[in-house]
Design a protein around this ligand. Structure first.
Ligand SMILES: Cc1cc2nc3c(=O)[nH]c(=O)nc-3n(C[C@H](O)[C@H](O)[C@H](O)COP(=O)(O)O)c2cc1C
Length: 181
């Protein structure tokens, strides 16, 4: 049984099923003052290209973290089947304006506001309420692609936990290795 295929199918499902536990992901970066982790929504998963897609604000801390060090760690947890997935990958901004624009067009107005704050996310609020400029929102919108390089699944089970590592061979195929949990 190829568990890598099963994992990628689950990741794709998590992008369309709003209630799927793997939709909210712990996104870890190497920050300037140590590791940083925050929740983000998984927006896309492309098994053929080993790519996971996230949206964020170009002014956010995670973007400067990634510019300094593109290596990221992701954490998925499904309490329904006690399955954890750890992912290591390389993050980069989607360079194609065409792709970013087409994804932007699908975002409803209420969600576009997330990218419209006048000050950068994480800034101290000086005025109340903090101003927004919807016309700048598209400019702040960034599509982050994570190229997956390594995955590790842990399934907790009373009859025996299962831990499997997935690394790529030279033909970019996922090779699975069972590990002691
Ligand atoms: C459930 C949930 C989903 C979130 N989804 C996103 C997201 O898709 N993109 C994003 O940039 N921030 C998202 N956030 C906010 C981040 O957790 C974080 O607070 C923000 O991106 C600033 O992080 P940074 O300063 O480390 O870059 C989400 C937060 C929660 C609680």
């Amino acid at each position: 049984m190829n568990h890598a295929e099963e994992i990628w199918k689950t990741l794709v499902r998590a992008t369309v099923d709003k209630k799927h536990p793997w939709r909210v992901v712990g996104f870890g970066t190497a920050g300037q003052h140590g590791p940083q982790v925050r929740s983000v929504i998984l927006r896309g998963a492309n098994p053929e290209e080993r790519q996971l897609v996230f949206y964020t604000d170009k002014r956010s801390q995670k973007i400067s973290d990634i510019e300094n060090d593109p290596r990221v760690a992701l954490l998925f947890w499904n309490a329904r089947n006690n399955t954890q997935l750890r992912v290591c990958g390389i993050a980069g901004q989607q360079a194609s304006e065409l792709i970013v624009n087409s994804l932007w067009l699908r975002i409803p107005d209420y969600a576009r506001k997330d990218y419209a704050t006048l000050s950068a996310p994480g800034s101290v609020i000086e005025t109340s309420p903090s101003g927004i400029a919807l016309e700048n929102a598209r400019e702040n919108f960034v599509v982050l692609n994570v190229m997956v390089e390594y995955m590790e699944m842990l399934r907790l089970d009373r009859d025996g936990h299962v831990r499997i590592a997935f690394a790529l061979n030279e033909m970019n195929e996922w090779i699975q290795t069972e590990l002691i949990p």
